[in-house]
Design a protein around this ligand. Structure first.
Ligand SMILES: Nc1ncnc2c1ncn2[C@@H]1O[C@H](COP(=O)(O)OP(=O)(O)OP(=O)(O)O)[C@@H](O)[C@H]1O
Ligand SMILES: [Mg+2]
Length: 357
């Protein structure tokens, strides 16, 4: 059994003039200890897919179909009948932070400015007494309503240890969020995401706002931590090369759908979907074959379609240099070109069946 299995997920947003078909038939899985990188242009549905897992979607989001099975339970069974989210569902509340935690961009918004940093992380621990024995051992079995001195000390020590793990000085635990730099706040958010030793971390552009050196250091620490705790991670980023360094598999999204999933090396060496090819050439190389790169970018004119009335068939077909009739008529079915390398493209399917395109 996979740790997480998302099948045929469809999420639409209700707006004044209709529906935004933000996620349309997305399927992937994640195993324990694995990192899945999710990449694609702005607005292609990465965050919407990720936040559906924790059911932290806006009020106008309707989950129109599919399943999200986490540790054997379909989380979409907890939705209201019309597919909207029950914001205060107790079963989801218990999962968040404890089993699935989230690191997003702009850590300032994640913290309350009037409470000390360490205190806020401690609060997240006390809010999940059921998870305390997992990280604190026997002392965590005590109910946290009136924590004993021993429990308070253990919680405090856990926070200090995690500050150490994410590269923050322990003596900054009692600082307020505004006394941290943006990079330090982002590290504190990672510490908070780890406090209860969740099985899954969803990191949505965790380092985008930071300078390149801090970004690299934080991503490297995340990778080390993940190895140490065998945590699974969904890592969302515009930075395809950073994702490729950390991910076991990469999923490429375009206009609300997946177009290709593969291990980074397979994706770079043998990109099969025309969109993936276009996306990868936008990564500068050290060799810097600029002319070839520009030629390939120019061969993919246009921009992603509106998701209010998305193109029928393959959503990439209006921009695709090799599209044929069928591409505007039928949604492509997935084809496994190599073990674990899946592509949603009519051309790839036709050729895999031994026919000429
Ligand atoms: N609350 C909302 N109401 C209506 N449309 C929305 C809402 N939130 C997101 N969308 C639309 O859903 C689509 C997917 O958005 P999403 O935020 O998931 O994209 P993304 O891939 O995470 O983009 P980015 O890389 O910019 O973060 C976009 O077209 C966006 O405009
Ligand atoms: Mg996003």
């Amino acid at each position: 059994m996979h740790l997480l299995e998302v099948k045929d997920l469809k999420i639409h947003f209700k707006i004044e003039d209709g529906w935004v078909e933000a996620v349309d038939g997305v399927s992937f899985y994640l195993d324990a200890g694995e990192t899945l990188g999710l990449v694609g242009e702005s607005g292609c549905g990465k965050s919407t897919t990720a936040f559906a897992i924790t059911q932290l979607l806006p009020k106008n989001a309707y989950i129109k179909g599919g399943s999200i099975v986490f540790k054997g339970k379909d989380l979409l069974k907890y939705l209201k009948k019309d597919g909207t989210i029950r914001l205060f569902d107790e079963r989801m509340r218990k999962l968040r932070w404890s089993e699935i935690s989230i690191i997003f961009q702009g850590a300032m918004d994640a913290f309350n400015p009037v409470y000390r940093m360490g205190k806020q992380i401690e609060e997240a621990m006390y809010a999940h007494p059921e998870a305390l024995p997992r990280t604190l051992g026997p002392v965590g079995e005590e109910t946290a309503r009136r924590p004993s001195k021993e429990l308070r000390e253990a919680v405090r020590k856990r926070v200090e240890d995690l500050f150490d793990v994410v590269g923050l000085p322990k003596d900054r635990v009692d600082n307020y969020p505004h006394e941290f730099s943006e990079g330090m706040r982002q590290r504190a958010l990672i510490a908070m995401a780890l406090t209860l030793a969740p099985s899954l971390i969803i990191a949505d552009e965790p380092t985008t706002a930071l300078d390149v050196i801090t970004q690299y250091k934080i991503l490297k620490e995340m990778a080390d931590i993940q190895k140490r705790y065998r945590t699974s991670m969904i890592l969302i980023s515009h930075d395809v090369s950073a994702v490729a360094e950390l991910a076991d598999r990469m999923a490429v999204m375009y206009a609300g759908r997946l177009v290709e999933i593969a291990a980074p090396l397979d994706l770079f060496m043998n990109p099969c979907h025309p969109y993936t090819g276009g996306l990868l050439v936008t990564i500068p190389t050290i060799k810097g074959d600029k002319e070839a790169m520009m030629a390939r970018i120019q061969s993919m004119p246009g921009s992603p379609p509106s998701l209010v009335n998305p193109p029928p068939g393959c959503r990439f077909h209006p921009r695709c240099p090799i599209a044929k009739d069928i591409c505007s008529k039928a949604v492509p079915e997935p084809v496994e070109v190599d073990p674990g390398h899946i592509v949603w493209c009519h051309k790839v399917r036709t050729e895999s069946e031994g026919n000429e395109w």
